[in-house]
Each structure stands twice: as C-alpha cells, then as structure tokens.
Design a protein around this ligand. Structure first.
Ligand code: GDP
Ligand code: IMO
Ligand code: MG
Length: 454
C-alpha cells in the first residue's frame, strides 16, 4: 500500500520527521515533486540530517526514489549522497528517467528573474526550480534519461542553450559564463549520466513502484513544500512550480490515482504558521524585512506581536533549512487548513510543534476570515482577495512546558489537557483523525496514535 505525506500549509511543517517515523514500516520512499528547494530534517541517533533532494527515508536504509515529477540537480544529488557516505550511511537512491534535470542556466535565470520581478517575486530558493518546470512545460527540457544517451543530450542542449543565452543576455542584459556553454554542459552532464548508469540508479518510476507494491512492499510518497505553495492550489504567484498536493503523488510517480487513493493521505500540520517567502499572510505576527509585504521594522512593528513572533521563531528554530533565512511566523490559519483538507482528501493528520507553543498564556487560531463584509471559512481563489481577508481569531488557554519525552513515551492522554483541546479542535474542523502529535524534533518526541501501515 501507499502512504502519502503532504504539507498542509506553506512548507516546513515537519514532513521529514513524519516520513522518518512512519517510514520504518515502508520499504521504499519516493518523492513526487520539487527538487533541492526542499529542506527536510531528520534526527537520527542524535545526529541531524538536512536533506534537500534525497528522500528522507534514505537515512534509515530505505530505497529512496526521485519520481518523474521531480526536478533533479545531479550536482546536489551526488553531493548529498557523498555526504551521507561520509557519515557512514550507504543510501540506495533511484532516479526516474522521466524526471527533468536542473541545469546551471536554470539556477542563473532563477536568480535574475527574482531580481527583475520585484513585488511579484516569490522569494524563491534560487535553485532553478521554476525555470526547469517552465522548460518541462515548454517541451525544451532535458530529462534524466537524456543524460544516458550522449547523442540525445547534445541535440537537446544545442537546441535549448542558445535560447537561454539569448534570454539572459538580450532580455535581462546579464553576463553569461559556462552555465550557458554547450560544450561545457555536454561534458559535465554526460559524466553525470555515466555515474547514474554505473551506479544503476535510473528507473522507470511507475513500473518500479508498482512492481514493489505488487510484491507486497510498502511505499511512502514524500511530498515536499506544502498545499498553499502548490502551483494550482496555492497563493499564486508566490508559489513553487509543482504540485505538492496529493494529486501530484500520482502524476509525479506514475502510480494510478486508484492506487494512491486506496492508501492513506496524511496531512502534516504545524501547530502555528511559518513561511519563507513573500505574499500576504492574514494571521502573521510581526514581520520579516524583505519578506512581509510593506514591512518596515522601524515604523510597522507592534511590539507585543514582535515579541510573540520572536518567541515562536526562536523556540521553533524557524530559520530556513536550505537558506538560513528567518521564517515569517503566525497563528494557525484554519481557512488555509480547510482548503488543504479538501484539496488533498486527508485520511489522517500529524500535528507538529505543540511543544513550541508551550509557555504561552494564550494560543490563538484564525478561525475564519472577514472578506468584503462576509464571513468565509476557506481560502479565496485569488491571492489579492486572500490579502484582503481579515482573520477572526479564536482563543485557547495555553499549556505549560512539560517533559515532552515523557509525554511521548506515555501517549496521547499525557499531552497537557489544553493542548489536547487545541488539537481536537483542529481535527474536528478538518474532519480527519489525529495520527501523530509532534512534541519535539526527535523521532522519539512524537506521540503516535495510529500507524498508517497497520
Ligand atoms: P519539512 O520541510 O516539512 O520536512 O520541515 P523542516 O525540516 O524544514 O522543518 C521542520 C523543523 O522542525 C525541523 O528542524 C525539525 O527537526 C523540527 N520539528 C519537526 N517536528 C517538530 C516538533 O514537533 N517540535 C519541534 N520543536 N520541532 C519539530
Ligand atoms: P520544504 O519541502 C518552505 C518557497 C520559497 C518561495 C516559493 C518558490 O522544506 O517544506 P522555489 O525555489 O520553489 O521556486 O520557491 O516556495 N519554498 C518553500 N518554503 N519550504 C519548502 O520546502 C519550500 N520550497 C520552496 O520560499 O516562496
Ligand atoms: Mg523544510
């Protein structure tokens, strides 16, 4: 069977930790979208692993697959594999031949376009994600399978590189270097192809996964990013260029929707909001310069809110895994979660980070929005309208700091009562059951209510 792990908010909900927890019962962990824009943290034997491309299950010896819906930067891929080797692990990673390759010009163009876009910039990770998906849709992309065939690789590069060079030089007036040089790219990427072939890493993803399922194996589908930064269902244009939502798990692996639909779809919820990037955020507390629209710390800051934001940011370690940028933080946004529950059809929830909120006297959630004189309970389809939404808050009594490791060992009933009231409110609103509650970053610091593979 399959278990699909989906971010229900804006990324960084703690997906890596949940994949690690439930991945124990899985034989294969496959990613279905995104690339090295992801930053997934897995804590294993006291060691912290930060993975941006290799599926989180690889840390525990599972086969990790990068599905056809992913965009793969071979440089990052081999760097991560080599780092894991240095730490004494021997990751078994397979890459879909249908996955698209991130080339150096994609990264350069990502940077240039972000600067050009000004207010429309999403604050991307500058990993070349958007430009690579653009080329995929524009049918000028280079796929992993093409790296294995030098003639095809050369033909594709000769077609696409002059266009990219013209775009960089003539439209954006940039100086281009070897990132736009056919010969250099051909040699470098042919070598990556040779390593992929030598290490027997490439697969026909859908066939590979279906064969494993038919043989009785458990497959985990690891989403990256989150529903509100999905290119279709998120806060366009402040989104990533793929589909983190559960539908992406079928398109991005080659498993049929009925196969994925027979399994479980678990929504990962952070108990408050965090956001790396730009665009509106109705339940935001305080702001972060360069990310919160119109925010000027000199004039715009409400000191109480800033204090709360700093408390949550520091307690939660809310600094980007990939970029180190401070994350914007805010109260839980229920309309955002109702939207996610519908778009993904969650069968269960893992709610993380309730330990981070411990010690606050009051915990709030944005229960609904006021928009144009009406009360709304889900996200409006345009980001401009979302920016006009005023959150109506619901208040919960806070809970104190406790020994969370003990709570995790004892089980759900050991969670402080006020925190349970909060959790149950979320589960009731989303009509999904709580499968796990995160009370700390380590795998042992999770209260497991339900194992989806059982
Ligand atoms: P992902 O991108 O969804 O995999 O999440 P990230 O790894 O980017 O960010 C989540 C961060 O929170 C990581 O540093 C995790 O170790 C940590 N984390 C995950 N769950 C919990 C939790 O329940 N409590 C606390 N305090 N930290 C958590
Ligand atoms: P994980 O998997 C949080 C955000 C970027 C930017 C937008 C587009 O760790 O949850 P991109 O580089 O993808 O073109 O950037 O999406 N973003 C993320 N935010 N977590 C992530 O991944 C993200 N991946 C991309 O900040 O706003
Ligand atoms: Mg992350």
């Amino acid at each position: 069977m399959t278990v699909t792990i989906v971010g229900s908010q804006l990324g960084d909900e703690g997906k890596g930790g949940v994949v690690d927890l439930y991945g124990d019962a899985a034989d294969v962990v496959a990613r279905y979208q995104g690339g090295d824009n992801a930053g997934h943290t897995v804590v294993h034997d006291g060691e912290k692993y930060k993975l941006s491309l290799v599926p989180s299950g690889a840390v525990r010896g599972k086969v990790g697959v990068l599905g056809n819906g992913c965009v793969v930067n071979p440089e990052t891929l081999f760097e991560e594999i080599d780092t894991l080797h240095d730490k004494g692990l021997d990751p078994d990673v397979r890459v879909a031949e249908r996955a698209h390759v991130i080339l150096p010009y994609h990264r350069v163009l990502d940077g240039i376009e972000e600067d050009e876009k000004a207010d429309l910039a999403a604050g991307t990770t500058k990993r070349g994600i958007g430009p690579t998906y653009e080329d995929k849709a524009g049918r000028r992309g280079i796929r992993v399978g093409d790296l294995l065939d030098p003639d095809v690789l050369r033909e594709r590069l000769e077609y696409v590189v002059p266009q990219k060079r013209a775009l960089a030089e003539e439209v954006f007036g940039a100086d281009v270097g070897e990132a736009f040089d056919v010969e250099h790219l051909f040699e470098t990427y042919r070598e990556y192809g040779e390593r992929l072939a030598e290490e027997n890493m490439t697969v026909d993803c859908g066939t590979y996964l279906q064969d494993r399922i038919d043989a009785g194996d458990n497959v985990m589908l690891e989403g990256a990013q989150g529903t509100s930064i999905d290119i279709d269902h998120g806060i366009y244009p402040y989104v990533t260029s793929s589909n983190p939502t559960a539908g992406g798990a079928t398109v991005g692996t080659g498993l049929g929707p009925t196969v994925v639909g027979q399994g479980e779809v678990i929504g990962i919820v952070k108990a408050y909001l965090s956001r790396v990037g730009t665009g509106p955020l109705p339940t935001e507390l305080g702001g972060v310069e360069g990310q919160t629209p119109g925010y000027d710390p000199e004039t715009g800051a409400d000191t109480d809110e800033e204090e709360l934001a700093t408390y949550i940011r520091d307690e939660g370690g809310e600094y980007g895994t990939v970029t180190g940028r401070p994350r914007r933080v805010g109260w839980l946004d229920m309309p955002m979660l109702r939207h996610a529950a519908r778009a993904n059809g969650f069968t269960g929830l893992a709610i993380n980070h309730i330990d981070v909120l411990a010690g606050l006297e009051e915990v709030k959630v944005g229960h609904s929005y006021e928009l144009d004189g009406e009360t709304v309970y889900t996200m409006p389809p345009t980001t401009e309208k979302w920016g006009d939404c005023e959150a109506t808050f619901k208040s919960f009594d806070g809970w104190s700091e406790v020994d969370w490791a003990e709570v995790a060992a004892e089980g759900y009933e050991a969670i402080p009562e006020n925190a349970r009231t909060y959790l149950e409110y979320v589960a009731d609103e989303l009509e999904a059951s709580i499968y796990a509650v995160g009370v700390g970053p380590g795998r042992e610091e999770t209260v497991v209510v339900e194992n989806p593979y059982e």
